[in-house]
Write a protein that binds this ligand. Sequence first.
Ligand SMILES: Nc1ncnc2c1ncn2[C@@H]1O[C@H](COP(=O)(O)OP(=O)(O)OP(=O)(O)O)[C@@H](O)[C@H]1O
Ligand SMILES: [Mg+2]
Length: 291
Amino acid sequence: MTTVISVENRKGGVGKTTTAVTLAVRTAQKIAPEKVLLICVDPQGDAARALGLDPGGRCLSQLLREEASYGDVIMSADLAANGGPSRPNLYYLPASNRLFAALTTIQEDVVAMREIANKMTPQERKRKGLDEIDDLTARVLNILQPLKSTKNGPKYIFIDCPPSLGPMQMAIHKFADYAIVPVEPGDQDLAMTVQHTTEIAEDLKHGAKMKLLAVLPTNVQPQLNLHTAMLSQIRKVYEPQRALVTYIPRRTAIQQGPSLGGLVIFDHEPDSDAAKAYDVLSERVLAVGGR
Ligand SMILES: Nc1ncnc2c1ncn2[C@@H]1O[C@H](COP(=O)(O)OP(=O)(O)OP(=O)(O)O)[C@@H](O)[C@H]1O
Ligand SMILES: [Mg+2]
């Protein structure tokens, strides 16, 4: 069985990409030779750089437009051949700025089909197969679901989300089993994070299945009073929901990782406090999805 974990928060720059990439790499190390897939649904495509990969024009939009097969778009994230870290069981499905154009086309197609169907009698609709028109959520899910059910497919799928999932939100919240929500210690960040986790709970009432696994304070400087104060506020809100697993301290090495050719903290500072904290989080992931 595949476990899908979406890393998301409507607040930008809080460590979503860093967390998705670091967890994907760590999980792949721990469950080898079973596979891990990281899906990018962010048109910024930052996860590619964080993994040291060049997607070379590959984009999830090609799957949504049915222009390419899964094998054409999914790439290996193994850097061993170029002298980088060995990640033989880690795979990456990239996104680019073509993603939203593809979603807009699908949305327009759904509207056009509905307009045509509305002009027909129920019998005509049935005859032409237009009595049930898939909405955008269903169409995105149709593309994503096979990634879970493929033989020899990934045991874990991580999703790196943009600040706004826009029209993909319900599809992602139906596709994913769990959410990890990174948050930086700031007033605005906590308010937006509470909004975000409230929305996850709302979607759960409306047909989604994704549950909150962890709220993850990132980029934390425990020596700052502001950060310890914010941490205790985050604790107050999320400890009762058992969503606070650990926090990630600020570490320059994390920031440098992408420019060093796609290193994560486990590659160049495996004994640091930040690596240990990400390891604690990865154990939480393995606790829900199995090894
Ligand atoms: N623990 C940390 N220590 C130091 N720097 C960090 C840490 N976590 C994240 N960063 C840095 O903070 C910046 C933002 O992180 P990241 O890109 O992961 O955020 P994001 O939430 O994905 O952003 P966006 O909303 O734009 O997608 C990056 O430069 C990253 O290297
Ligand atoms: Mg990002």
